[in-house]
Design a protein around this ligand. Structure first.
Ligand SMILES: [Zn+2]
Length: 377
């Protein structure tokens, strides 16, 4: 967990260090009023080689796409133009879509001649689950897959965190009523893309040791520390793991690397325990870019289990991902200034790993993934 108990000797060593080093920031107070946490933005003086990467080295699949609704030619053209610039070959439409809303987009993309640039996932209506809901949701899933959907998702974080059952209780991720849905996904061979919880710090007390204090201060909706309203991070992950354990024939993709990107050893254990689980990279770049050596080792070891995904569709943010994955650049800026107070480093991933993370793993688990435009096709 976030605050491991220090060995008994540690506080003593710490206080000795403070005595031995009286000029350290902990003891010496500034003689002029210090700036606020928001105002202090020192510019780095470090000059090192820079290699910005506007286009991915290999064509990529964005497994966690949230482009706008794709039912109009204007939206489709706009998204495709941005994808071309970035070398994004295929975008997964992971925005909640089912029934008519799904088929309208599938038809529009086909009519526009871009059937090889988008694939569609189906959403599930998980509200007010009660007896019989599982069969109803599974039936809708069958219809959506027959209409062209090739996955489920993104199942949003409300599943587990806040969605209620018909009886007013919280819908647990491992609720047996939903077993038929996950079994149906396994039978149809479509992956389940699920976002569970949020960074663990959001569930912790909002004190000055909390790494996400500023973000929580900026966004009230990211505070989940009230146990009378929200389950704990660990409880949600345990429910999620039990759900996965019950369905070994279903392919699961945990969004945001299960929010374990700051503890890759833990993610490795999840992958080791469940061979049918993959992790998606959206919105956790700041954690990978602060541990380039260990993250590189992790990517090499688990190269068949990682999928590129971006989450929000902001074309000018993708190049940060390419740069972290592809270069050995040092100490460069991230695109958010409240997520993290540190700079990023490149992982310098080998080509074979990049190809798997960018497209080969997605092509392996998503049925009918288009092959046009990928090397070797
Ligand atoms: Zn998402």
């Amino acid at each position: 967990m976030r605050r491991p108990t220090l060995p008994i000797a540690a506080p003593i060593m710490l206080s000795m260090a403070l005595i031995a080093c009286p000029s350290s920031a902990q003891t010496r107070q500034p003689s002029i009023p210090p700036p606020s946490i928001v105002a202090y933005r020192p510019h780095s003086t470090l000059v090192v080689p820079e290699h910005p990467v506007p286009r991915a080295k290999f064509p990529a699949v964005d497994f966690h796409g949230h482009p706008p609704d794709l039912s109009t030619p204007e939206n489709i053209e706009r998204v495709v133009a941005a994808m071309d610039e970035l070398n994004l070959q295929v975008m997964v439409q992971a925005r909640p879509s089912s029934g008519d809303r799904l088929t309208r987009q599938i038809d529009a993309v086909r009519a526009a001649g871009y059937a090889d640039r988008f694939v569609f996932f189906a959403s599930l209506d998980l509200r007010n689950v009660g007896p019989g809901s599982g069969a109803r949701i599974a039936k809708q899933l069958e219809e959506d897959v027959a209409a062209g959907a090739v996955g489920i998702g993104e199942i949003m974080k409300g599943f587990g965190l806040s969605i209620q059952k018909a009886d007013g209780t919280r819908l647990h991720l491992d609720d047996p009523e939903l077993d038929v849905v996950w079994e149906t996904a396994g039978r149809l061979g479509v992956p389940v893309f699920v976002h569970t919880a949020d960074p663990a710090e959001f569930f912790e007390p909002m004190d000055y040791e909390n790494e996400r204090w500023l973000e929580m201060a900026l966004f009230e909706s990211r505070r989940y520390f009230d146990r009378s309203r929200f389950p704990s991070f660990e409880e949600l992950m345990a429910e999620r793991d039990r759900m996965i354990a019950k369905h070994p024939n279903t392919t699961w993709v945990v969004a945001h690397m299960s929010w374990y990107a700051n503890d890759l050893g833990k993610l490795g254990q999840l992958f080791d325990r469940y061979p049918n689980v993959l992790g998606e990279l959206g919105a956790v770049l700041y954690d990978l870019g602060r541990q380039p050596r260990f993250a590189r080792q992790f990517f090499i070891e688990y190269q068949d289990r990682i999928l590129f995904g971006k989450d929000s569709f902001a074309p000018d943010e993708y190049p940060y991902y390419w740069r972290v994955f592809e270069t050995a650049d040092e100490y460069f800026d991230y695109y958010r200034d409240y997520h993290a107070f540190w700079k990023l480093y490149g992982l310098d991933l080998p080509d074979e790993v990049l190809k798997k993370v960018y497209y080969a793993n997605a092509a392996r688990i998503v049925p009918h993934m288009p092959t046009t435009g990928f090397p070797g096709s």
